[in-house]
Ligand binder design. Structure first.
Ligand code: AHM
Ligand code: MG
Length: 360
């Protein structure tokens, strides 16, 4: 145990990423991106903590009119700008898509839409502050980030800009509409009792905790593995009656200890995806926002919530499904597309998939 502690103590995110770059020179540019993410997440962590206090940044409480009579910018707008700026200055991002942007944003060619140069190697998708409506009540929030490479096989007509493009061209132009299986990295940052940054580069899931004294993320959860069987459900259970039959059935069995594992499940739901997924990773469990009769595709967005979180979950040995399809394999048709999600401990997710199969 002592050896393990010594091996990881003091490994900062910066050092971790530098060692990744030394061992994998082709990932050097990705490491630059994580430098920006590291700083942006620390800045967001500070903003979230101070958001209920009058401060020089916001000149008054959030939601109020400032001294110049301008509307105060909401925290999700501020954090979106912050992350966008941090990523832009790496010089490695061609295009980004965010929950807070109506359409993908070209970071390099602001006049012409989304045209890549050789160094603009990556496409970044993110939700800068998921669950932001929770901040006022002190409930955890999080940032979710996915990184894709731009598809070099895409050839586009140079004349084609925005609205003139065919659907296929537009897809290449923005390059944001890729399935989760194309992700090269994903991360989330949870702002809670501690600030946690959890990431995958496609070879396991690694968790860092912000040491406020050092001002650094320190490796605290190397190679995270979610328990294969669990006894916790994490859903908005007010919607249970509107879910698909197979899911209602499985969750009903779990509650009464009649599921495959025979365990009686307990319920934990924050209503903030990053917090719920983080707990699920650590303790095991099944987190979900399934489709229902009112919202057939649920609530969560595929591109910058579903896919990156599924990547992190799978890399920790968990699974993520819509019930009938692996979330990672879905190619988005539009940026803000929603997707039903049920993710967590592998054996429990398998039970859900089987129930859907049996129902045909
Ligand atoms: P947001 O992107 O508007 O912040 O909403 C996303 C959040 C997730 O964090 C959470 O899983 C879900 O909404 C909770 O929804 P509900 O309140 O319907 O249970
Ligand atoms: Mg969100």
């Amino acid at each position: 145990v002592l050896d393990e502690v010594c091996e990881t103590t003091g490994v900062t995110l910066k050092r971790y990423m530098n060692e990744v770059a030394i061992l994998n020179p082709e990932m050097t540019e990705l490491v630059t991106l994580f430098g920006a993410i590291d700083t942006a997440c620390k800045a967001i962590s500070n903003l979230v903590k101070r958001s209920q206090l009058p401060s020089s940044e916001t000149l008054g409480y959030q939601g109020e009119i400032n001294v110049q009579g301008e509307d105060q910018k909401k925290l999700d707008v501020i954090t979106n700008d912050l992350l966008k700026r941090a990523l832009r200055f790496t010089g490695r991002i061609g295009v980004l898509a965010s929950e807070e942007e109506d359409v993908p944003v070209d970071l390099v060619n602001t006049e012409k839409e989304a045209v890549y140069t050789e160094t603009d190697k990556y496409v970044c998708v993110f939700d800068p502050l998921d669950g932001s409506s929770n901040v006022d009540a002190g409930i955890p929030t999080g940032t979710i980030i996915g990184i894709y490479e731009h598809d070099e096989n895409c050839s586009i007509d140079e004349e084609c800009v925005g609205v003139d493009c065919s659907a296929a061209e537009l897809k290449c132009l923005t390059n944001t509409l890729q399935p989760g299986t194309n992700l090269v990295a994903a991360a989330y940052c949870l702002y809670s009792s501690s600030t946690f940054l959890v990431l995958t580069l496609g070879a396991g899931t690694y968790g860092f905790t912000l040491d406020e004294n050092l001002g650094e993320f320190v490796l605290s959860h190397p190679d995270m593995k979610i328990p294969e069987t669990s006894s916790i459900i994490s859903f908005n259970e007010a919607n249970t009656h509107m879910w698909d039959e197979p899911l209602q059935e499985v969750v009903g069995k779990w509650k009464t200890g009649k599921g495959k594992s025979g365990k009686s499940f307990s319920s934990r739901y924050i209503g903030s995806m990053v917090g719920d997924v983080h707990r699920t990773l650590l303790y095991g469990g099944v987190f979900g926002y399934p489709g229902d009769t009112k919202n057939p595709n649920g609530k969560l967005r595929l591109l910058y919530e579903g896919a990156p979180m599924s990547f992190i979950m799978e890399q920790a040995g968990g699974a993520s499904t819509t019930g009938t399809q692996r979330v990672m394999e879905i190619t988005p048709e539009f940026v803000h597309q929603r997707v039903p999600i049920i993710m967590g401990s592998k054996n429990d997710i398998e039970e859900v998939i089987e129930a859907y199969k049996a129902a045909g």
